[in-house]
Design a protein around this ligand. Structure first.
Ligand SMILES: Nc1ncnc2c1ncn2[C@@H]1O[C@H](COP(=O)(O)OP(=O)(O)OP(=O)(O)O)[C@@H](O)[C@H]1O
Length: 620
């Protein structure tokens, strides 16, 4: 098909979509153009790059697919090697058409992919970019070639994309494999061949993903017209998994698989022969009719006795993942997580310090999840929210009839409930002095005396406490027991206010995605969000964006949708202002103290002194 000028292309798209002309575009392309014009209300003449995520955002999006990507990578690398010479770039995208893995071809072709952002992080969903290989294959869940001016937007006409959707071990759409070329010398036929190669490679990826997922099960390969299917079954010959083809071939559903249905109801073969050297077997249906020659492979655990032990790389997942996610790219927080990691499973108390809404509770939960106590209780109490007598009873417990109004059978108390796990005491600075003394005794003796009890109860707890107050100063001034303060701060972690975070923009983007996933931010809205000081920190940002997501029109959050009340103008806080200025200067200069000092017109030594005095976290 000859390349058309942009305006001709627009006229052509309009006539196809309005069914005024019978054009030479295939019916799938014409259907997609109609979806783009009428359903997504896209303009074929619009120009501009695709939406692209930052590195941190890509990491966040890719996280749930980490195991799948790892299992598919060897095949993806092979495909990229085979197609590199022909100038194709190769990408793996998630179901929303965001590229999460890419290999660019040689230097001659790479520049154009970079210029047009055909790389990791870019999103090619049909709803944004119009008809294109990735977006359309994912919308239709079918392989497709979108050749040059079959693209909806004229700006993509230099590219040809061939894409095969990728299905996971349960037959669900997990993403798609894309190959894109901008070589003018390659015609449609060449791209059709490359699409066939890509579809084959994608089937092998699906096999690797299935086998990796069901590595502890027996795997039967069942021949079929539309490609062979994979069935996983356990030692009792109950089906535990089936790939998309096997489901279609044998009529298996999630419900049947979840019920642990017998393999013999679907496939029969000689199990003794299946354990032979090559695992090749004759397969029959339950009614005795032949299915053809198949293959059975034993579980990996069985194979590991004859093979060198294969590393189980798809085993979970770093316990510290949640903490790393919360730390984002803030250097101070990253250092704190490193320190937490280095103390390992030692039962060191942690004191979290930070303003309201910075995430002290979620951070405490993440510390618990990263510890060897993760499977035991996490028990939390907010000391500011209760009167002294109630904290006493809640925390330390009491015997039956210990006081008027007590529960008839007494109460174990939160400390005992947290035995073996973690106790989180929020707003510890508000704990009355008498209770501080009792708590100190618990920490020193590792036992609790419930009110009215005749003997103590031994406990093993990890204590995490949190405060927005300056406990050190309170201890100096007698408002908090100094010995308890030192006991609590085995490790002190300062959670910065949102306005101080070096990765503030990342956090705003991430929370916008979570709270208003179908909206985008206008430039003015973005400027306001980035400049605001957030007295309520993450909690406030979440609320603001949640509300904005509800009021936004046409999927765009504007500044009018943002409820950001003026803050901090009434009482100038000189220390906070100085702190904020220094933090901002450090942020601007990538945490480099010398450069920040120069910008602030201070000597390096003075800046260091102020950093120490104001307890500012730096990357150095
Ligand atoms: N790093 C983060 N990224 C995104 N959201 C976060 C982050 N940290 C906290 N939040 C969100 O901010 C809100 C407040 O968090 P949390 O309750 O842990 O704060 P807090 O410091 O304990 O507040 P308070 O001192 O008022 O009890 C929650 O909705 C939480 O999910």
């Amino acid at each position: 098909m000859a390349s058309l000028s942009a305006s001709n292309h627009v006229a052509r798209v309009l006539s196809v979509a309005n069914q005024l002309a019978d054009v030479d575009a295939s019916s799938r392309i014409a259907d997609s153009w109609r979806r783009c014009l009428i359903g997504h209300k896209l303009d074929p003449a619009r120009q501009g790059p695709p939406q692209t995520l930052t590195e941190a955002e890509v990491r966040h999006v890719a996280e749930p697919m980490e195991q799948l990507i790892r299992l598919a990578t060897p095949e993806l690398e092979d495909l990229a090697r085979v197609l590199r010479e022909a100038g194709y770039c190769v990408n793996l995208a998630d179901p929303s058409a965001t590229m999460l893995w890419s290999r660019l071809p040689g230097p001659a072709d790479t520049e154009i992919f970079m210029r047009w952002k055909v790389y990791t992080g870019s999103n090619f969903s049909e709803a944004f970019e119009g008809t294109n290989g990735l977006g359309t294959a994912l919308a239709e869940r079918k392989p497709i070639l979108v050749h040059r001016d079959e693209h909806f937007r004229a700006q993509w006409h230099m590219f040809s994309c061939a894409v095969a959707p990728l299905f996971d071990q349960a037959g669900r759409l997990a993403g798609a494999v894309n190959i894109t070329s901008c070589r003018e010398d390659l015609g449609r036929m060449a791209h059709q061949l490359a699409l066939a190669v890509t579809m084959e490679a994608t089937r092998r990826m699906e096999g690797a993903i299935f086998r990796g997922h069901f590595r502890n099960a027996w795997i039967a390969t069942v021949p079929g017209d539309g490609g062979s299917g994979l069935l996983a079954y356990d030692d009792d010959r109950r089906i535990v998994g089936a790939c998309r083809s096997a489901r279609a071939l044998l009529g298996l559903t999630d419900g049947l698989i979840a019920s642990g249905i017998d393999l013999s109801r679907y496939v029969k073969f000689d199990h003794h022969a299946a354990r032979g050297a090559d695992g090749v077997v004759e397969l029959r249906r339950a009614d005795g009719s032949g299915l053809g020659q198949g293959h059975v492979a034993p579980p990996l655990r069985a194979r590991s006795s004859v093979r060198p032990h294969a590393p189980r790389r798809d085993e979970p997942v770093d316990r510290f993942d949640a903490l790393h996610r919360l730390a984002g790219r803030d250097p101070g927080l990253i250092r704190s997580v490193k320190r937490l990691r280095s103390i390992g499973d030692h039962n060191l108390p942690v004191l979290l310090h930070g303003e309201t809404g910075v995430g002290k509770d979620v951070f405490a939960r993440a510390i618990h999840a990263a510890s060897n106590r993760a499977r035991s209780n996490y028990v939390a109490l907010n000391c500011a929210a209760m009167p002294e007598s109630l904290i006493d009873a809640e925390l330390f417990g009491y015997e039956a009839g210990a006081f008027t109004g007590a529960r008839r059978d007494g109460s174990k108390g939160l400390i005992v409930q947290a035995d073996g796990g973690t106790l989180f005491l929020d707003e510890i600075g508000d704990m009355p002095i008498a209770l501080q003394t009792r708590l100190l005794r618990v920490l020193e003796n590792r036992e609790v005396w419930p009110l009215g009890a005749l003997k103590p109860v031994a406990v093993d707890i990890r204590l995490i406490s949190a405060t927005h107050r300056d406990l050190g100063r309170m201890a100096e001034e007698g408002g908090f027991r100094a010995d308890l303060y030192f006991r609590l701060r085995g490790l002190e972690v300062r959670l910065p206010a949102l306005r101080e975070r070096a990765d503030r923009d990342d956090v705003i983007r991430q929370i916008a995605r979570e709270e208003a996933p179908t909206c985008r931010l206008s430039d003015q809205a973005w400027s306001q969000l980035a400049a605001y000081s957030y007295p309520g920190n993450m909690r406030q940002l979440r609320h603001v964006l949640r509300l904005a997501g509800c009021t936004a029109e046409n999927g765009v959050i504007t500044d009018a949708d943002l409820d950001l009340p003026p803050f901090g103008k009434a009482e100038p806080d000189l220390e906070a202002a100085e702190r904020a200025t220094i933090v901002e200067a450090l942020r601007k200069h990538g945490g480099r103290v010398t450069e920040a000092a120069r910008a602030l017109k201070l000597s390096r030594a003075t800046l260091y002194r102020k950093i120490k005095l104001l307890k500012i976290e730096t990357a150095q």
